[in-house]
Design a protein around this ligand. Structure first.
Ligand SMILES: Nc1ncnc2c1ncn2[C@@H]1O[C@H](COP(=O)(O)OP(=O)(O)OP(=O)(O)O)[C@@H](O)[C@H]1O
Ligand SMILES: [Mg+2]
Length: 461
């Protein structure tokens, strides 16, 4: 393509030279030749200068024609070259700005030694390197792949596998942070050398979205599970409630009547009543779990729910040597929720942290409640965190703590309903709850409640 363009150029300029020579000759013949020859005749008259005259006339004629032709052709040639240069510079500028402003990172390396020759700004943004420092370095040094917490040679292997390829990798940025990226490369042969073009795309945002979607899926699954369990437990609880009340009342009657004759019988009656009350507590929990209609939704302050819960139970925690910290701004907007149900959520958090910290022991035991106003997708949320540095939650239990009846405290009277009831309440108000923990170190429950109530966040839950 290029060779044939050159041939066309040569042919056109040869033709142009012919045409220009003819044109200059016509001008010379018609306008200049006669006056010039006459001028020479005048200066070199007579036969003795015939030779000189002829020589002058011929040389000047040739000289003038060739200079005129050269001038025109060279001028045109120069103009053509400068036009083409301008076009090249413009196109180079266009491609450079495309390269620099591309949404993906682009790097070019020589295929022979894998050293980068050029990188765009985005490439360095993603990998956290300085553009001038990246050029000239081995691409495997700049794209430092990581897996399982240590350096790998995934990129080297990928490059060995073929002339092109793609993979999702985790890379370590120059500042030490790790970053998920999608990397693809292809090889390109130019006249001088073979180049490898790398395209790097930042996957953090996509990963975040995927994680959020997964969390949402889990929460929906949990909600559906709770809803069906709620119906079942409501039925069962109603059935148990009446006979249970009967048992407790009969035992109470026997006690009131002084029917027990021996200490043993008295202890038995106490036991029946006590255990009966315990079952009644569970039944109440089941009913609360299933009940959706008996609450009054209004503007409730989250801070007030925290304060009243701590007023009830804070003393007990302090008595056990537990430090309580609260960081709940007073000016948080009110939540559309039922006061007692919101308090129920907080109380269960306090009680769970209390149990966990008590069973851990030690000096520096902390329970902290903090809350902030946050925004997501244009909606405002109160984001609350319940943190304690107690025994934490084992990895395999982390997913199960919201399951009804899941408890690790069966011995000490846990029913395993606290968190599942809280989950149901929070979801009903359009919010979310999730748990994080490092076993043996801490447990953290993060609750997000939409300020506008469920309508404000129904699809975000
Ligand atoms: N702060 C915490 N630290 C460690 N483990 C926790 C914490 N909160 C909850 N858990 C774990 O989650 C389980 C379920 O908690 P949940 O509140 O649902 O039930 P429970 O506290 O066991 O019983 P209930 O609240 O019904 O009396 C607990 O048994 C415990 O194993
Ligand atoms: Mg509990």
């Amino acid at each position: 393509m290029k060779r044939s363009t050159n041939l066309t150029l040569i042919l056109s300029f040869t033709l142009l030279t012919f045409v220009m020579t003819a044109a200059v000759m016509v001008v010379w013949e018609s306008l200049i030749r006669d006056p010039f020859f006459a001028w020479v005749e005048r200066h070199y008259p007579g036969d003795e200068f015939r030779g000189t005259r002829y020589a002058i006339q011929q040389r000047v004629e040739h000289f003038a024609i060739s200079v005129a032709v050269d001038l025109v052709v060279v001028t045109l040639l120069l103009r053509l070259i400068s036009h083409q240069q301008r076009a090249i510079v413009e196109s180079e500028g266009r491609y450079r700005s495309l390269f620099e402003h591309a949404g993906d990172g682009i790097g070019v390396a020589s295929a022979s030694d894998l050293r980068l020759t050029e990188v765009n700004n985005r490439f360095c943004d993603i990998l956290g390197c300085a553009p001038h420092a990246a050029a000239g370095r081995d691409v495997r040094e700049v794209v430092r792949t990581y897996a399982g917490g240590r350096r790998t040679d995934d990129l080297g292997r990928l490059l060995e596998a073929g002339e092109e390829g793609e993979a999702e990798l985790v890379v370590e940025r120059a500042d030490g942070a790790t970053q998920p990226v999608a990397l693809s490369f292809s090889t390109l042969a130019t006249e001088k050398e073979r180049l490898i073009i790398f395209i790097v795309r930042d996957l953090s945002a996509r990963r975040r979205l995927e994680a959020e979607r997964e969390q949402m899926r889990q929460q929906l699954f949990q909600t559906a599970k709770l809803a069906s369990l709620g119906e079942l437990s409501a039925g069962v609880a109603h059935e148990i409630n009446n006979p249970l009340n009967g048992v407790i009342n009969f035992a109470q009657l026997l006690q009131d009547e002084g029917a027990a004759r021996t200490d043993f019988e008295r202890a038995m009656l106490d036991g029946i009543i006590e255990e009966g009350e315990r079952i009644a507590g569970i039944v109440r929990g089941l009913l609360a779990f299933a009940r959706h209609d008996e609450h009054h939704v209004g503007g409730v302050s989250f801070g007030e729910a925290v304060n009243s819960s701590l007023a009830l139970f804070g003393r007990q925690l302090e008595k056990d040597g537990i430090r309580i910290e609260t960081d709940v701004p007073e000016d948080l907007p009110p939540l559309r929720a039922d006061r007692s149900r919101l308090r129920q959520v907080v109380l269960n958090m306090v009680s769970n942290a209390h149990h966990s910290l008590k069973s851990k022991g030690g000096d520096d035991r902390l329970f902290r409640i903090s809350a902030r106003l946050s925004e997501r997708g244009g909606r405002e949320f109160v984001r609350a965190e319940f943190y304690d540095n107690g025994v934490g939650i084992k990895g395999e239990n982390l997913e199960r703590v919201f399951d009804p009846f899941f408890t690790t405290r069966r011995d000490s009277g846990g029913t395993g309903l606290g968190l599942s009831i809280s989950f149901g309440i929070i979801h009903e108000y359009g919010g979310t709850i999730r748990a994080e923990s490092e076993p043996g170190e801490y447990a953290r429950f993060i609750v997000e409640l939409p300020v506008g109530g469920p309508e404000g966040a129904s699809d975000g839950a």
